[in-house]
Design a protein around this ligand. Structure first.
Ligand code: PLP
Length: 384
């Protein structure tokens, strides 16, 4: 199999898997238990939290473990529902896990302004142009999951806080975490969400960063786990596995970035040998991990299904929305027509992919595109 759908989910690192298995088989106590087994595990658990805090260079605030990034995003939005200034600035291209909870606030009297990227980008100027003192909350995704465009959230948060210190600033960093260096030490970002399964840790573990835990309004009440902000027995295997993954990512982040960038460039170079190829995410302002590309007159869905027969896996859009055709919202948010959106596939890389695989996949994609076009031509000739 050639797996090029790494924005949807990733293969778990062996080290992360071993950490999880150990927590299932050996250190399976409840970290809240007062006996020695629980106490020892609590130490490991808190070390894992520290590891993630160190990775993000957190000087103030906490990491709260959740089940996934969707949960973390929902906690963020729940936490701002009682703020006084009921205007929200966000993007038109957020993942549904942020977009939907924000939209739900409209019935509660919020006004939501969504910035549309220009030429794929959202800049500081775009944000400041839309912002004034009546806004209470800004939420900008760090890296878009369908197109890969990067928003410079650290710089934008810094400038926004200089002008409007009371604004609560959040970022969905799911597709940036572990791929771009994130530094939260300046304390301008109030909330950040991330997900384990996008970075070679298992599914079922996510994190919410809160600069000030007093800002957090929980969604799940019950026990006192996670500073009483997220009740429920901790997902110890998930947390320990995530910490192992983070240690590996921390060591290799810059090398991985260069390596994956080369894979993406090789794929683009090869695909451009075809006519009618429109690359949406080329250049430094896009994540090397995501390639969004459209082939004229090819339905992306058909291409995905032809490739799966060769065991090559790419996607039409984000996995969460591909079944509902909701990816149109994001691509149309970028200014693509419905036809262009229907022709768009997402090819997403990880450092586990090899150059050989990428070149082979590129050949198979070109072959499939030529095949679909020839069938369409034949069908058209037959019909006249
Ligand atoms: N935010 C972004 C940008 C994503 O890409 C995803 C998943 O694709 C999510 C949020 C949701 O993540 P999770 O699966 O951990 O809920």
């Amino acid at each position: 199999m050639i797996y090029l759908d790494n924005c949807a989910t990733t293969k778990v690192y062996k080290e992360a898997m071993e950490a999880a298995i150990n927590a299932f088989e050996v250190t399976y106590a409840n970290p809240s238990s007062i006996h020695k087994a629980g106490f020892l595990l609590r130490n490991n658990f808190e070390e894992a939290r520290e590891c993630i805090k160190k990775f993000l260079n957190i000087k103030s605030g906490e990491i709260i473990f959740t089940s996934c990034a969707s949960e973390a995003n929902n906690i963020i939005v729940n936490s701002i529902k009682d703020i006084k200034k009921k205007k929200i600035l966000t993007t038109a291209v957020e993942h549904q896990a942020m977009n939907k909870p924000i939209d739900n606030l409209v019935v509660g009297g919020f006004e939501v302004i969504k910035i549309h990227p220009k030429d794929g980008q959202i800049t500081l100027e775009d944000v400041l142009e839309n912002l004034d003192d009546s806004f209470g909350f800004v939420s900008l995704m760090h890296v878009n999951n369908e197109v890969g465009s990067i928003i410079d959230v650290e710089n934008i948060a810094r400038e926004v806080k200089k002008l409007y210190p009371d604004i609560i600033f959040a970022t969905d960093a799911v597709q940036a975490f572990g791929k771009l260096r994130i530094d939260l030490s300046e304390g301008n970002i109030d909330f950040l969400s991330m997900s384990g399964h996008k970075v070679h840790a298992p599914k079922g573990i996510g994190c919410l960063y809160a600069r000030d835990v007093n800002l957090v309004k929980p969604l799940i009440y019950g026990g006192e786990q996670e500073f009483s902000l997220r009740a429920g027995t901790e997902n110890v295997p998930g947390v320990l596995a995530l910490a192992e993954a983070v240690k590996i990512l921390d060591k290799n982040l810059e090398d991985n970035y260069k390596y994956v960038n080369n894979l993406k460039n090789k794929m683009i170079e090869s695909l451009k040998e075809l006519d009618g190829v429109n690359v949406h995410s080329e250049g430094e302002v896009y994540s090397p991990y995501v390639l969004s590309v459209a082939f004229d007159n090819i339905k992306a869905e058909v291409l995905v299904h032809i490739l799966e027969q060769e065991e090559v896996y790419i996607s039409t859009s984000s996995a969460c929305s591909s079944k509902q055709k909701k990816h149109m919202r994001v691509l149309e948010g970028y200014g693509y027509s419905e036809k262009e959106a229907e022709e768009t596939v997402r090819i997403s890389f990880s450092e586990m992919n090899t150059e050989e695989e990428v070149l082979k996949a590129a050949e198979l994609i070109k072959k499939a595109v030529k095949f679909i076009r020839s069938v369409k031509k034949w069908w058209w000739i037959k019909c006249i």
